[in-house]
Design a protein around this ligand. Structure first.
Ligand SMILES: [Fe+2]
Length: 280
């Protein structure tokens, strides 16, 4: 290791002490990827990236996601705001971000990571929380691990968005169901590295083959386990911050903020590099 880091909490997240020029130079990219893999979240203070700089930095780390499913825009940078005038297509979906989830849980190859920069902060709320689903797996007792490894879970955008819209209109339901087809995944992701993480979030509808009361109880227990304070980092945004989360080994959510708060973030997402389920 040559870069200096500060770990704000023991089990997740590192602040990396590099400045903008060092980040854009790309010389530390492999090391940043390595720390991201180990810590789930990395962040940099006072970098104040422009859109072009954020894209250039992202390109040193992986393949920038364009268009396809999430319509990231022409260049792969997306404005995250609740203001429907700024982002009419996705303002509704941001309600779902108030609840624990991983991105792309309806895809075979979920995104590797997202790179988020703070532009305008909300006066209240807007902090982002991350839970380390690698660490949560590692700390489970061995007998529980063996039982959980046999299970599959169904992820559905409808399940996540019903938390925000308990009584959706027919149009909302139609839109959610056609835009995001429910997806069955193994509960435990065995990564190419050999490490394992839990594939959870409030998008999980059910455990395959389990009666609903039993399934609901186990899912509640697992979500409480993964999101307990020792696996969680809460990022208190400062202007100029850039943060990256490993979407394959963390869950995230944002503390609610109002649509008129002005909160504006810029996001670049990196394509996934391995399928969640291994070919049989
Ligand atoms: Fe998200």
């Amino acid at each position: 290791m040559t870069v200096r880091t500060i770990d704000p909490v023991p089990r997740i997240a590192s602040q990396i002490l590099l400045d903008k020029a060092e980040l854009l130079g790309g010389r530390h990219a492999a090391e940043i990827r390595q720390i991201l893999d180990q810590r789930g979240v990395v962040f940099f203070r006072d970098v104040n990236f422009t859109d072009d700089e954020q894209l250039a930095f992202a390109a040193t780390l992986g393949t920038i996601r364009l268009g396809a499913i999430r319509k990231e825009g022409d260049r792969g940078i997306m404005t995250i705001t609740r203001n429907p005038d700024d982002n009419p297509r996705y303002a509704e979906y941001f309600h779902g971000t108030f609840h624990w989830h991983m991105d792309g849980s309806y895809e075979d190859i979920p995104p590797l990571a997202s790179i988020l920069s703070a532009r305008v902060l909300s006066a209240t709320g807007g902090q982002t929380e991350f839970a380390n689903s690698y660490a949560a797996w590692e700390d489970l007792p061995g007998d529980e691990k063996r039982a959980l490894e046999r299970l599959q879970v169904v992820h559905s955008m409808e399940t996540l968005l019903r938390l925000a819209f308990p009584e959706p209109s027919d149009e909302q339901l139609e839109s959610w169901r056609t835009s995001f087809i429910p997806k069955t995944h193994p509960l435990v992701w065995t990564h190419r590295s050999g490490r394992k993480s839990l594939v959870l979030g409030h998008s999980v509808t059910s455990i395959v083959g389990m009666a609903k009361p039993e399934s609901d109880a186990l899912l509640r227990k697992l979500m409480n386990w993964v999101t307990q304070p020792r696996f969680v980092y809460r990022h208190d945004w400062q202007p100029g911050d850039t943060l990256i989360w490993d979407n394959t080994g963390t869950l995230h959510r944002v503390e609610p903020y109002t649509a008129d708060s002005g909160r504006t973030m810029q996001r670049v997402t990196l394509d996934g590099e391995e399928p969640l389920a291994r070919a049989a």
